[in-house]
Design a protein around this ligand. Structure first.
Ligand code: CTP
Length: 383
C-alpha cells in the first residue's frame, strides 16, 4: 500500500533521492509514519536504514549542509541542519540484559527493527526510495489498528522488557482517544509493578510527556490504578479544574498536574522518584505554603517569581487571586531601584520593605508608573 505524503514534507522526497543515488534505502519509521497516516503535516524526522547510520547520516549531512553527531553505542546519528533535526538509526535489534534497564542494540533487518518497538501503530515504516516512495512497510498490522483506534503491543514480554511502554500506551490512548486491545490491556494490569523498577530520570521523562496530555491521561492513570505506583494521589482528591490550563495559557501543563497530583506527598519521595530539579522543588514548597496564607499582601508577595504552572495550581487549590496576579504579571514590575530609594534617604531593611510595598501597590493598581512610585515614596518620607 502507498501512503500519500503531503507536499509540505518535500524533504522526505529529497532524503529518499539522496539515498537512492547511492543505492541506499532509507525509511521513515515509528511515530512520524503514524502521524502522517493520521493526517498530521508536522512530524519528527526519524529515519532508519539497513545501511549503517554513520554512512547514511554523513551523506545526508553533506548534501543538506548539516552538522552530524554520532552515537555509536546506539547505532544512531543526529543531523542538525537549517530546517531542524533529523535522527538516523541503523536498523537494529534490541535485547534487555535486565528487565526495565536500557536495552543493548545490534544491527538487524528493517523487519526486526520494527518488531522491537512498542505498539503496532508505531511499528510501521515508509519507504523514501524513489523506486517506491511512500510505500508502507507494515508487517504487524499497524495500519489497521490505527484506523480502528487500537493500541496493541507486539509481544507479551513487551511491558516487562520496558515498563515505560505502559505510560507510552496511555499517552497515545489519551492523545488519540484509542482503546487498548484486550491482551495488551491485561498486561498493563499484570506488569504495571515494573514501573517501580525504572530509573528516576526515565520515570520523569515519561510522566512528563504523559501529563502533557492533560486530564484524559490522568483519568487513564486512575482507571489502570497506576496513580499510587507513581507517587500520585487519586483524582477525586485533586479535582483539577478543566479550564485552568486555558486560563493560565499553559502550552505544556505537566508541572501544573504534577504539583496537584503530588500535593500531599513528601518532597523527599518526589526527589527520589522524579529527580526533581532544584527550581521545581522550591516552587512546589512555595506553592504549598501559599495555600496556608490568609493575608492578601503576603499571598501576592509570595507569588512573585512563580511559574504560570504554579499559579494555575494555586488557582486550582482555591487561591483565585493567582489568576488576577497572572493577568497583571507584565505590569507588576517596580521601576524604582533599591539605589534610587537609598538616594531618597532610606536605608537597611526599609528598602526591601518599600520595594515590596510598591509591588503590592502595583498589583492593586494604586501605583501604575514610575512617577506614581516616586510620589508615593516622597509622601512616605514626609511621614
Ligand atoms: N519506541 C519504542 N519503545 C520505547 C520508546 C520508543 O518502541 N520505549 C519506538 C516507537 O516505535 C516510537 C519510536 O521509537 O514510535 C520513537 O520514539 P518517540 O519519539 O519517543 O515516540 P513517538 O511515537 O514519536 O511519540 P511522540 O509522537 O509523542 O513524539
Amino acid at each position: 500500500m502507498f501512503i500519500r505524503i503531503p507536499s509540505s514534507l518535500e524533504i522526505l522526497k529529497r532524503i529518499g533521492a539522496i539515498g537512492g543515488k547511492r543505492g541506499i534505502r532509507i525509511y521513515l519509521v515509528g511515530g512520524p509514519v503514524r502521524d502522517i497516516i493520521l493526517g498530521k503535516t508536522s512530524i519528527d524526522l526519524d529515519l532508519v536504514s539497513e545501511t549503517p547510520a554513520q554512512q547514511v547520516a554523513s551523506i545526508l549531512a553533506d548534501e543538506l549542509k548539516g552538522k552530524v553527531t554520532f552515537f555509536p553505542e546506539f547505532l544512531t546519528a543526529r543531523i542538525e541542519w537549517e530546517e531542524g533535526t533529523i535522527d538516523v538509526a541503523t536498523a537494529r535489534r534490541e535485547y534487555y540484559p535486565v528487565p526495565a534497564a536500557l536495552p543493548e542494540v545490534i544491527p538487524a533487518t528493517m523487519r526486526e527493527d520494527l518488531k522491537r518497538r512498542d505498539f503496532t501503530i508505531n511499528a510501521m515504516a515508509l519507504s523514501l526510495h524513489p523506486d517506491n516512495f511512500g510505500e508502507l512497510f507494515d508487517p504487524f498490522g499497524g495500519y489497521e489498528d490505527l484506523k480502528e483506534g487500537v493500541i496493541r503491543f507486539l509481544h507479551p514480554k513487551s511491558f516487562v522488557d520496558d515498563p515505560t511502554r505502559i505510560l507510552r500506551g496511555l499517552r497515545f490512548s489519551a492523545r488519540f482517544g484509542f482503546r487498548f486491545e484486550e491482551t495488551t490491556e491485561r498486561h498493563i494490569k499484570k506488569d504495571k509493578d515494573g514501573l517501580l523498577l525504572i530509573s528516576g530520570e526515565r520515570r520523569r521523562k515519561e510522566v512528563r510527556l504523559l501529563l502533557r496530555e492533560g486530564l484524559p491521561a490522568i483519568r487513564l492513570l486512575e482507571k489502570y490504578e497506576l496513580l499510587p505506583l507513581l507517587g500520585f494521589s487519586s483524582l477525586h482528591c485533586i479535582n483539577p479544574p478543566e479550564d485552568a490550563q486555558k486560563l493560565f495559557s499553559l502550552s505544556d501543563p505537566w508541572f501544573f498536574y504534577f504539583i496537584l497530583l503530588t500535593w500531599e506527598k513528601e518532597i523527599s519521595l518526589l526527589e527520589r522518584l522524579y529527580c526533581l530539579r532544584k527550581e521545581e522543588r522550591e516552587e512546589i514548597i512555595k506553592t504549598r505554603k501559599i495555600v496556608e496564607l490568609e493575608d492578601e499582601k503576603e499571598i501576592v508577595l509570595s507569588m512573585r517569581g512563580l511559574s504560570p504552572a504554579a499559579l494555575a495550581t494555586l488557582y486550582a487549590k482555591g487561591v483565585t487571586l493567582s489568576l488576577d496576579f497572572f493577568k497583571k504579571i507584565d505590569t507588576l514590575k517596580v521601576e524604582t531601584s533599591g539605589g534610587e530609594i537609598v538616594q531618597k534617604g532610606f536605608q537597611g531593611r526599609e528598602i526591601g520593605r518599600i520595594l515590596e510595598e510598591l509591588f503590592y501597590l502595583r498589583f492593586k493598581g494604586i501605583v501604575r508608573t514610575k512617577e506614581d512610585e516616586e510620589r508615593w515614596i516622597e509622601r512616605l518620607k514626609k511621614g
